[in-house]
Design a protein around this ligand. Structure first.
Ligand SMILES: [Zn+2]
Ligand SMILES: [Zn+2]
Length: 487
């Protein structure tokens, strides 16, 4: 069973492009938890630190891995036509033509410096292509793409490339065999050397074996077609130029060589750049550009709602309650949020927390004028916790008024009774007790209790603006002040 489960997970890992969030089946997943074997969307993650770019799993709190859509990247050998085509933007064509024509016009004494300069320029352009395809972009590069990639590193690489071409050219005049062997060796190593420089953004990586080994470890046998492309390409170019050597004049031959080798260099550099993109993960190559900016989770304010959903769906009610508590405390006047937390506590039968949250919920309802709803909540609540009473006298009074309106007199009385013991300094105590006395007298037929309460009011609130009214009512019920007896 476990095996089957893992197998299905592996299968889904291969179909990254069609992987959806476990909790939002219509949203494609952007993160994967290696511990829980689940894929989730941005909403269903948890940011811990401000600096950290990687969010954590909501369930196990371990860092998630980004589902980059690397599985959807077509391998470089499927794009060979693109790499052959990339050179042919107007700028590229112009550049190649210039390299072909220039030696035919120049005096033969200048051919060597021209060759050096040509390969330098060609390589600067080729490095730009490499940087361009390393972002996964296979569209023709724009002038901006090219100019942006010209850096100190680009110039350094180009000096080396130009030197290699010129020196190999000179060597070929002396020993074709030696030149061929060295060229072959350099071609096999060229992609790995270029990649090492591009990854570390440093010229010193050109000759660092551990950098080469790192790339070999990441690409393994996939490096063979990459080097193969370079070798075949240059072999064809060598054959063609060799064929033309007897026909063309010296200047023309060099023009042809510059054009063809330049083109070969560009194709090789473009493929190498794309290989960096394709193997970005194992290479730890940071892909620049818009398409693959480091993914940062949008820290939405309502992210808590999504997290809550995850907790509830997973049955992690304690965590849901903890989260809800924070949200409820922040939005005290929002009856819906107060209700959700309240309902969750009721569902969890958390009798310790329910009274507190019930008070907050009722408060929110009363403050938004939903008195009858508040009353319904109170009724259900008192069914669950019979001795429940709201914590503030104001709420008791408000609810008692609502009860009286709904003709629920016993409940109104129970809300108001003994209020002077719980909150002796409550400002509206006279009004509340006047209501209590009226309810006791008119509705509950407890005349003795009504009289007792009125007597308490009359004696305690002599300077209250409603004192005459209270006294009048008291006398109506048969209350007699002491000085009356004196008369
Ligand atoms: Zn989700
Ligand atoms: Zn997890």
């Amino acid at each position: 069973m476990v095996f089957l489960f893992e197998l299905s997970q592996q299968k889904s890992a291969h179909n990254m492009a069609t992987d959806y969030c476990k909790y939002h089946p219509l949203v494609s997943a952007t993160w994967h938890c290696p511990a829980c074997h689940i894929s989730v969307c941005d909403d269903c993650t948890h940011m811990t630190g401000e600096m950290e770019n990687t969010p954590n799993c909501l369930l196990c709190n371990q860092p998630l891995t980004s589902i980059s859509h690397s599985a959807a990247i077509a391998p470089f050998w499927q794009h060979y036509t693109d790499f052959m085509r990339l050179a042919f933007n107007p700028m590229g064509i112009l550049c190649l033509l210039l390299m072909v024509v220039l030696p035919t016009l120049a005096p033969s004494g200048l051919l060597l410096p021209i060759a050096g300069g040509a390969y330098f320029v060609l390589s600067v352009y080729g490095w730009a292509l490499l940087q361009h395809t390393a972002t996964g972009n296979l569209k023709l590069p724009t002038l901006q793409n090219i100019s942006q990639s010209i850096s100190k590193l680009a110039l350094e690489v180009s000096v080396i490339v130009a030197l290699v071409f010129v020196l190999l050219g000179i060597l070929a005049l002396k020993s074709v065999v030696a030149a061929t062997v060295i060229s072959g060796l350099l071609l096999v190593l060229a992609p790995v050397m270029l990649m090492a420089v591009a990854i570390d953004k440093s010229m010193s990586s050109l000759w660092q074996h551990h950098a080469w080994l790192h790339i070999w470890g990441a690409m393994q046998l996939m490096y063979v077609p990459l080097a193969g492309i370079a070798v075949v390409l240059f072999a064809v170019i060598y054959a063609v130029t060799n064929l033309m050597a007897d026909i063309l004049p010296v200047g023309g031959l060099q023009g042809l060589k510059q054009g063809l080798y330049g083109y070969g260099l560009w194709v090789m550099m473009a493929v190498t750049g794309y290989a960096l993109f394709q193997f970005q993960k194992p290479l730890h190559f940071e892909v620049l550009g818009k398409r693959n900016k480091k993914r940062v989770v949008n820290r939405k304010l309502d992210n808590q709602a999504a997290r809550l959903e995850v907790y509830l769906k997973e049955g992690l009610y304690d965590r849901a309650a903890a989260l809800m508590k924070v949200v409820a405390e922040k939005q005290k006047k929002n009856p819906e949020i107060q209700e959700r937390y309240y309902q969750l506590l009721v569902f969890m039968q958390d009798k310790e927390q329910i009274p507190y949250q019930a008070t907050s919920y009722l408060e929110a309802l009363l403050e938004t004028g939903q008195h009858s709803l508040a009353l319904q909540v109170l009724i259900k609540l008192q069914f669950l916790i019979p001795d429940f009473r709201p914590q503030t006298p104001d709420m008791c009074f408000e609810l008692a008024k609502a009860c009286a309106e709904q003709k629920d007199y016993p409940r109104a009385v129970s809300l108001l009774r003994d209020m002077h013991k719980d909150s002796p300094h409550y400002a509206n105590l006279p009004e509340a007790y006047l209501l209590l006395a009226k309810l006791l007298y008119d509705k509950m037929n407890e005349k003795h209790d009504a009289l007792e309460i009125l007597e308490y009011l009359v004696l305690r609130f002599k300077k209250h603006p409603r004192h005459p009214q209270i006294e009048h009512f008291w006398r109506q019920l048969g209350g007699k002040p002491k000085n009356d007896f004196m008369d």
